[in-house]
Design a protein around this ligand. Structure first.
Ligand code: F6P
Length: 363
């Protein structure tokens, strides 16, 4: 099949490295003589919902992507509540997938590169079944996609969380306090675990290891008795007490994922009356999603982008590019959707953390 025009869209939460992918796709595709149509705000642009995607779909030239490599976010905009198969119109979930297919044809696309996390990959898979020629590119700060060793965005998010721990350490030491830092990651504890290790935290609470208060209190008290009257606690937003549930905000909104909220404050409130030290809670939130990507994420995004163009040229539709260190390979999108990558509580990484004294609240 001879390719003349491809589309690219970014879906789900933004993360550092998206612009590196867009740039790589545009540069490589143009070198082949292809046009690249930037689809605005994920599938909202694909469905041509111009009231939701006001900047509009547009052809991307090499000049337009010349200086975006170092920028966070996505120049195309994104959305994490625009599933065409259950798009919310007038308060009701409606199937607008036919509109997406129709508009894909109207835009003259020979193929579409969809950059996103698990939700976007599921949508890509279903659009592929409706006849769209789609190649996926995995992104997420959560690092929870099964089919790839790494997603870009994660490395930058861990660096941001580590920087936060480094700063919180100063206040913890100066005031003899317990500083609790809540980080993102949804159901996966990767950001919490890796930043806790990199930042030298003393307690790390992750969704994969339900926690109890007693071991956490014992750890903090033990440190105090040994002359270290401060502690750094990292908790993932998806943390789960052994005798309770994950902490969510209010009612789930139609068309959106349930919103994790309050894990850090819940832990802080539980710890404060049981400790002689002051407890303070910081929720890092979307700061983890922004900022200039690390060199790792810039390189991975660039490799994924160029590999996605190769996949289009090779007709590998229904596939996602993935890192199987050191190679970039293609895997069926279905495989990527099937496996959520979670921290292995019995794995080497957790063991290394335990070996240097990090308490997971389970023992
Ligand atoms: O999936 C990325 C992520 O940042 C999660 O870590 C977090 O739970 C969620 O998105 C937040 O989504 P929103 O931007 O809709 O608040």
């Amino acid at each position: 099949m001879s390719i003349k025009r491809i589309g690219i869209m970014t879906g789900g939460g933004d993360c550092p490295g998206l612009n590196a992918v867009i740039r790589a796709v545009v540069l490589k595709a143009h070198a082949k003589g292809w046009e690249v149509m930037g689809i605005e705000d994920a599938t909202e642009g694909l469905m041509d919902l111009s009231y939701r995607a006001p900047r509009g779909n547009r052809l991307l030239t090499p000049a337009m992507v010349d200086d975006i490599l170092t920028r966070g976010g996505t120049i195309l905009g994104t959305s994490n509540r625009s599933d065409p198969f259950r798009y919310v119109v007038d308060g009701k979930e409606t199937d607008l997938s036919a509109r997406a297919v129709e508009n894909y044809r109207a835009l003259g696309l020979d193929a579409l590169i969809s950059v996103g996390g698990d939700g976007s990959m599921r949508i890509a898979q279903r659009l592929g079944e409706l006849g769209l020629s789609i190649v996926g590119v995995p992104k997420t700060i959560d690092q929870d996609l099964g089919a790839t060793d790494y997603t870009f965005g994660f490395n930058t998010a861990v660096q941001t969380a580590t920087d936060a721990i480094d700063r919180l350490r100063d206040t913890a030491i100066s005031h003899d306090r317990v500083m609790v830092l809540e980080v993102m990651g949804r159901n996966a504890g990767w950001i919490a675990l890796c930043s806790a290790m990199a930042g030298g935290a003393h307690v790390c609470i992750i969704p994969e290891i339900p926690y109890r208060l007693e071991p956490v209190i014992a750890k903090i008290r033990g440190r105090r008795e040994q002359g270290q009257p401060f502690s750094l606690v990292v908790i993932a937003e998806g943390a789960r007490p052994a005798d309770g549930e994950q902490s969510f905000e209010g009612e789930r909104q139609l068309g959106a994922m349930p919103k994790l909220f309050g894990a850090g404050y819940r832990l802080g409130a539980q710890l404060q009356p049981r400790l002689e030290l002051e407890v303070r809670v910081t929720v890092l939130g979307h700061i983890q999603r922004g900022g200039s990507p690390t060199q790792f994420d810039r390189i991975l995004g660039t490799r994924f982008g160029t590999a996605a163009v190769d996949a289009v040229e090779g007709g590998k539709f229904g596939c996602m590019v993935a890192l199987r260190t050191p190679e970039i390979v293609t895997v069926p999108i279905a495989e990527a959707c099937a496996n959520e990558r979670l921290v292995d509580p019995g794995g080497q990484l957790v063991q290394a953390a335990r070996d240097v004294g990090i308490c997971f609240g389970d023992a």
